[in-house]
Ligand binder design. Sequence first.
Ligand code: R2B
Ligand code: URA
Length: 307
Amino acid sequence: MTETTGYSRSGLVLVKNPHLDLMEEDVLYHLDLGTKTHNLPAMFGDIKFVCVGGSPNRMRAFAQFMQRELGLAGAGEDVADICAGSDRYAMYRAGPVLSISHGMGIPSISIMLHELIKLLHHAKCRDVTIIRMGTSGGLGIKAGSVVITDTAVDSSFRPRFEQVVLDDVVVRSTELDKDLAEELLACSRDIPDFPTLIGHTMCTYDFYEGQGRLDGALCSFSSEKKLEYLRRAYEAGVRNIEMESTAFAALCGLCGLKAAVVCVALLDRLEGDQIRASHEVLWEYQQRPQRLIAAFIRKRLGLTRTD
Ligand code: R2B
Ligand code: URA
């Protein structure tokens, strides 16, 4: 089976599942939303930006930050969790921006994305840009640097995502939107407080052995072997390591969504494995992708600093 990526001329999300049209109702179980129980076009039809990230608290803080950045009524007040009936994911909105948590790892983000993409389809959203914001381990870059992903790669540095479908392995492309990455990089030039760069992001199935760490409960390789692997990753163009980007790029690409990944590096993995920065420092690092994405959304909406 060949699977094609590409954007639809109408700007609508492309779900590629003939069974969906035959269903009387679509229950988005993990989001606690559904086509019969909710008026999805009324609730979400005007969404233009979807921002996803691992932690529910971070995504609530991002929605509150966007309320202030967009000068929306109610800024400074609490925001309601649209998925409050499910404790799997949290979802908030700030004007045309939807902010959703995806948990850690490929299985968790995949489930959320299937339901989110169907939600955007049922709601008839048009011209949606989706951005994953997150944390990562840097490779040969200073802690606190922000990496905008050009291509997500697997543990062998290949731009591909393998999805098991029945008893087959389907290989999917992990290219991201190059123009969107450049647009985000251009926005970073107005935020001189931290370095931002474009590079490959390696996506793994595990934080410890899968990312070549020596400090897990299990480790069967030497420090030399670890460094040799991480240096090869650097030579292949990898600048950071995280746990969702290949699945995110593959699913969004196939469904016609313009997608980007923006992650801050919490440490340089060539220098160590443990994350030792203080809570204050880590909190400030996590603001960095948010600040960049807020600047991008403001620019897209034609807002200037005095708005
Ligand atoms: C980055 O941070 C998490 C692991 O600590 C994981 O979700 C990721 O991609
Ligand atoms: N997230 C990861 O997946 N790896 C790191 O090293 C840091 C954050």
